[in-house]
Design a protein around this ligand. Structure first.
Ligand SMILES: *Cc1c(COP(=O)(O)O)cnc(C)c1O
Length: 467
């Protein structure tokens, strides 16, 4: 046995022989010789290990070579193809954090391509021939949209909260209700952000009730700021009450404390007609008395990842001067996408924004699309069964926790495949399809599938049925 393994080992060609094989020329041309040598070495190591652990099998030199070149090809593709790929989101979660949250509108991307692939007046005033601030392009639109004194932007809303707290509260106490000490998905926890910002947290009230008196009693000479946080991803119901912004506003001005409202999603359009009622509008929040609001660019706004800070000049000027502002600044690609996204709101056509379109889809229009796909799926003999089921889509991404949008779903069943097998097959397609599970059924929600992808989805299901 020992003898045989070592003889197979001897069959493995040396790196030099493989690297000079004409079959590798295209790979070397597309990358470099040293890169391909690295791949060959790794493949040979793997092959050696496989031979050592599989001693019984004999293998011809031709087969061995075939395996080696096959593996080199796979390894080449693994390293030279991007790992980020588009997927079809059939989960019905509109702002799916794992799937990139808000898909960005095509026009905004085309504009960003134009700006980013050329030089631009990013930080330059073309009329006065002087240096300008890069966020001026965004600020003017935001100030108009939110009717506020000033607005600035940073990398994301977590950064916005950190920057605001550090600029206005550092070294002092920040009052926050116990009911608002939240954690948002990917490890954004309010207490941790407060600690990082150099402020001292003063939790007040109880989880379900916090009254104005609780705030008032806790104000002392060290108090620097009152923070309100929108509990984006959960809702406490029952015997609850939180102090409103309006109530807090008179208290904060009496004590000359900035009142900061972290809105999370910050929705600029009225979603009440879709039954979504607990998404605060940044403008309303400012009118109700917040001195500063901050919210995400890639939640309900439907733009790129960004954090928007808006409100009173007195405070924004202080925030601007913080060196952290420079550290957290946006790059030109994001600025261009955000500018274009905000302009669609200014021009009163938010229905050009994919996230908004998805919320606007009526149940009837989704039902029609579902039926069309099911009817097209004529494969009678297939082992895949498609049915229409009533269900709900959610906004997700830490927005509107208790709000659901009625939808129609395609349920997938198979006599031969388990639900997890169907799910795995869907994920292995190109582009992968992400479904959701409910009661051991695989469900596809078309609300989050772009209508122009319906036929691609239908085709993929037909291919799947044949597999
Ligand atoms: C989502 C959210 C954040 C974090 O925003 P990112 O843009 O993800 O950094 C902060 N606060 C609240 C209330 C949120 O909902």
């Amino acid at each position: 046995m020992e003898q045989m393994t070592s003889s197979i080992h001897r069959q493995i060609p040396p790196v030099d022989t493989i690297i000079n094989s004409p079959r590798l020329i295209p790979f070397i041309q597309k990358t470099s010789r040293s890169f391909i040598i690295g791949i060959v070495r790794r493949v040979l190591n793997v092959v050696r290990q496989e031979i050592s652990s599989n001693t019984e099998k004999e293998i011809s030199t031709a087969d061995l070579n075939k395996i080696i070149f096959q593996k080199i090809h796979e390894e080449f593709l693994f390293w030279t193809e991007p790992t980020l790929k588009r997927v079809i989101n059939a989960t019905g979660v509109i702002l799916h954090t794992n799937l990139g949250r808000a898909p960005i509108n095509q026009d905004a991307l085309e504009y960003a391509t134009e700006i980013a692939s050329n030089y631009s007046n990013l930080e330059f005033d073309l009329v006065r021939r002087v240096r300008e601030k890069r966020d001026n392009h965004i600020s003017r639109i935001l100030e108009n949209l939110l009717d506020c004194e000033q607005a600035i932007v940073v990398n994301n809303n977590a950064a916005a909260v950190l920057l605001v707290l550090n600029s206005l509260g550092s070294g002092g106490e920040v009052l926050i209700s116990r009911g608002e000490m939240i954690e948002i998905g990917d490890s954004f926890r309010i207490p941790d952000i407060l600690q990082q910002s150099g402020t001292i947290l003063r939790e007040i009230g109880t989880t379900n009730k916090t009254r104005l008196a609780d705030y008032e009693q806790n104000i002392n000479e060290n108090t620097k700021l009152i923070l309100k946080v929108h509990p984006s991803n959960f809702k406490i119901s029952g015997f609850t009450s939180q102090t409103t912004l309006k109530e807090l506003s008179s208290l904060s001005s009496k004590h000359s404390l900035p009142l900061v409202d972290d809105l999370g999603s910050g929705c600029l359009i009225d979603l009440t007609k879709f039954g979504i009622e607990d998404e605060p509008n940044p403008h309303t929040s400012l009118v109700d008395g917040a001195d500063i609001v901050c919210f995400s660019g890639d939640k309900l706004l439907g733009g790129p990842q960004a954090g928007i800070i808006a409100g009173k000049s007195k405070f924004i000027n202080k925030i601007r001067k913080n060196p952290l502002f420079r550290i957290l600044r946006l790059d030109k690609v994001t600025l261009a996408i955000l500018e274009s996204t905000l302009l669609t709101y200014l021009k009163q056509c938010p229905d050009q924004i994919p996230v908004v379109q998805m919320i606007y889809h009526s149940e009837a229009s989704i039902e029609k699309r579902v039926l069309k796909i099911i009817q097209r799926f004529s494969n009678k003999n297939s082992n895949l069964n498609l049915n229409i089921v009533k269900g709900f889509s959610v906004i997700g991404g830490g927005s509107a926790p208790s709000q659901k949008l009625g939808t129609w779903l395609i349920s997938l069943r198979s006599k031969t495949h388990s639900t997890s097998k169907i799910d795995a097959l869907l994920r292995s397609l190109d582009p992968p399809i992400l479904a959701r599970f409910e009661m051991d059924t695989v469900l596809l929600d078309l609300r989050t599938v772009f209508p122009q992808d319906d036929s691609l989805l239908a085709q993929s299901l037909e291919n799947l049925a044949k597999s």
